[in-house]
Ligand binder design. Sequence first.
Ligand code: COA
Length: 244
Amino acid sequence: MAIDTQDDGGVRIIRINRPDKKNALTQAMYRQMTAALQEADASEEIGAVLLTGTAGVFTAGNDLSDFLGEGEGGDLSAAMDLLRCAASIDLPLVAAVEGPAIGIGTTILLHCDFSFAAPDALFKAPFIDLAVCPEGASSLLLERRIGAQAARAMLMLGEGLSAERAAACGLLSAVSGDPQARALETAKALAAKPRMAMRETKSLLRSPERAEVLAAIDREAAQFERLMKTPAAQAIFAKFLTRS
Ligand code: COA
């Protein structure tokens, strides 16, 4: 199983576990993650979700062979369903990041309530260098969360953001020597709060921008799907996958 789930003290832990491929996400993995989130949302026993990767890597983002049209043939729907689910859910979401958090590894954090990262974490949304465009409502939310200049540096120049800078500009709750422990502690604290009041609080916090966010996810997905099929993008994906 490339996605492991485990429940601990009212927290559903969803772990991306495909370290040999730097936790790159396939369509099947997105579907498992969405199902785990939906099941947690429906459960009276679960009060928060912790999303994490393995030692030293959060995720290298979408499996580029899916973009090449191999595997499930360039179908983005499972990834978009996960992003819509993360953007809609009223259950608190907490993330723990070590190492690279690329593409959706960064954009999904925009839908988390608290994110903790190790000092070695690196956040990158390198869509421009793949000849595609932002996803996950990052064209809307990254600027709101980290400011116009930092968002442009990530989305237009493809620059990475260190954990220290990500915390300083508001993408992260904190940098931690043990982000897993810190995130689990926070998730358990959230899960211990009154359940209905927590869900309503999160819903109210999100409601002013929820419709905009879902519209941005769909708007970006349409352009991403178009751009990923261009010869320029296909050549970049192929080059990465055939490097020696
Ligand atoms: N899709 C498919 N396979 C991937 C992958 C991805 N997004 N990212 C890494 N892998 C695979 C590599 O092909 C390699 O497989 P192999 O051992 O069978 O050759 C393996 O994972 C290890 O990757 P490698 O690049 O050797 O590790 P690294 O530590 O040198 O670099 C990254 C790690 C994450 C910086 C680098 O793998 C990378 O840039 N990945 C692509 C990120 C990306 O563009 N994602 C899409 C965003 S939309």
